[in-house]
Design a protein around this ligand. Structure first.
Ligand SMILES: NC(=O)c1ccc[n+]([C@@H]2O[C@H](COP(=O)([O-])OP(=O)(O)OC[C@H]3O[C@@H](n4cnc5c(N)ncnc54)[C@H](O)[C@@H]3O)[C@@H](O)[C@H]2O)c1
Length: 439
């Protein structure tokens, strides 16, 4: 057996910092609190329910992931974060209406105690929101904002007696920003902070503050944030893991399940039309074309990368792929998505697949936040740093090394995640070769 990677033990409290304490963040926090009281099960979470096969099938070793790698337990988690509205986690969860009152009332006291810190908010990056609970002061620069966030992080860690922290962005989706000169190096970024460079958005200030304070950072939204050379360099310098972008939940989750299946069977695809209605605050933010553009870019890459039209031009060379999101308040968080797939088979005969997914966005996203918090903390204790491609499983638009393409296929992502854990612990990687070849 290979030597396992040296991993520090997960002793003490792990603080989970959430910039943005809306629907996803409060559903995650409440779910963890309910699960540790035995009042609910963390369905959808690989770290809590998933198993991992080790060695040969005949070895019959299939432990739970949480028993195989040293993860922090739910009881060790402490929750905190920032928002641009002052609601505590109970009020915010009540406003989001994802969880029923019987759930949030059962843990009201604990939720009441999770109060957001004041957010950093320049409204030009999220045009639909008018935050009132912010640190902003026209006499201060973006560099001052980063300093103020760093102070929050240190205070949170001290006041809550945490031994480590991890951050997962659960804030609103910002407008689309292309990486520019200011994102190319640590120096350029720090100068940009001092000069209030307009290409530095709110989320980038949080990410910078976290990395500077030694806090691993995962980005649950599609905007740039930690996906640029300046943050890659800072992550390397600080020996911090970063991951992103955009939690893979409803429609894109379905896409990355179905598309690999069509490709495995060499069935062609001529068009994929996806439309959604949703009525939560996220939907309202995405009603702004500039925020939608971030989401659209994140969603559109999926099929290209999975189906490889350059390798299979006859099958996938002329796909018409369209994604729409419509803000429709009556639905709240209970989103509905429709997909129409025009596929073709033997001799080019056309067929259609219709998917009507009545999903609950935050119910699908909450376990991702939990897994990312625990696995990013594990990565940091194992001295993994830079972009964590093995966590692509959780993202719509996975971050990747600049000279590589992203991996979107859910099954390859799952294999990559589990093989990374096997490798970390010194176990053989699984190849799925059968006995018939060598018995
Ligand atoms: N729910 C899903 O399935 C899903 C999937 C993929 C990505 N996401 C992304 O996750 C994020 C959260 O989604 P949600 O449904 O909880 O949205 P939400 O609108 O309920 O919550 C976002 C919160 O972020 C706060 N916020 C905005 N800018 C901030 C800032 N600068 N500092 C601090 N707080 C700030 C808002 O006030 C709000 O409370 C969104 O970006 C969304 O696109 C969600």
């Amino acid at each position: 057996m290979r030597q396992p990677v040296k991993i520090k033990s997960p002793e003490g409290k792990l603080g989970v910092l959430l910039p943005g304490m809306g629907a996803v963040a409060t559903t995650f926090i409440a779910g963890c609190m309910l699960a540790r009281k035995g009042l609910g099960k963390p369905f959808g979470s690989l770290t809590q329910l998933g198993t991992i096969r080790l060695g040969k099938r005949t070895d019959k070793r299939t432990p739970y992931l949480r028993d195989f790698v040293p993860l922090a337990g739910l009881d060790q988690l402490v929750f905190g974060g920032w928002d641009i509205f002052p609601d505590d986690a109970y009020e915010s969860a009540a406003h989001a209406e994802v969880l029923e009152r019987r759930h949030i009332d059962a843990i009201k006291e604990e939720l009441d105690a999770v109060k957001p810190m004041k957010g950093v908010f320049y409204p030009e990056y999220v045009k639909k929101l008018h935050g009132t609970y912010t640190k902003n002061d026209p006499s201060k620069s973006k560099a001052d904002m980063v300093e103020a966030l760093r102070e929050d992080i240190r205070n949170f860690k001290r006041d809550n007696g945490c031994s480590r922290l991890v951050a997962v962005w659960c804030g609103s989706t910002e407008v689309y920003i292309e990486p520019s000169a200011v994102h190319q190096s640590i120096d350029a970024f720090e100068k940009g902070l001092k000069n209030n460079d307009p290409a530095i958005s709110n989320s980038q200030m949080y990410a910078w503050a976290c990395l500077k304070e030694g806090v691993p950072y995962a980005n649950g939204a599609p905007h740039l944030s930690v996906d640029c050379p300046a943050t890659w360099q800072l992550a390397k310098e600080m020996c911090m893991p970063v991951a992103g972008k955009d939690f893979k939940t409803g429609q894109t989750l379905m896409k990355t399940i179905l598309a690999p299946g069509l490709k495995a069977r060499m069935l062609g695809l001529s068009g994929w039309f996806s439309t959604n209605i949703l009525g939560n605050r996220d939907g309202e933010v995405l009603d702004d074309p500039e925020s939608f553009k971030s989401k659209e870019v994140s969603k559109l890459g999926v099929l290209q990368h999975i189906l490889q039209p350059d390798v299979y031009p006859d099958l996938y060379g002329s796909i018409y792929h369209k994604v729409r999101i419509e803000y429709y308040p009556p639905r709240g968080d209970a989103k509905e998505g429709w997909d129409n797939l025009d596929i073709f088979g033997w001799l080019g005969y056309p067929m259609q697949i219709k998917v009507n997914f009545l999903c609950r966005d935050s119910i699908l996203a909450a376990p991702i936040v939990l897994d990312l918090a625990l696995l990013m903390d594990l990565a940091q204790r194992a001295s993994f740093h830079g972009t964590q491609e093995w966590l692509s499983f959780y993202f719509k638009s996975p971050m990747h090394a600049p000279d590589l393409y992203p991996e979107h296929d859910l099954f390859i992502q799952s294999m990559k995640l589990k093989n990374t854990l096997r490798w970390m612990m010194g176990e053989e990687l699984i190849t799925h070769l059968g006995n018939e070849y060598y018995d």
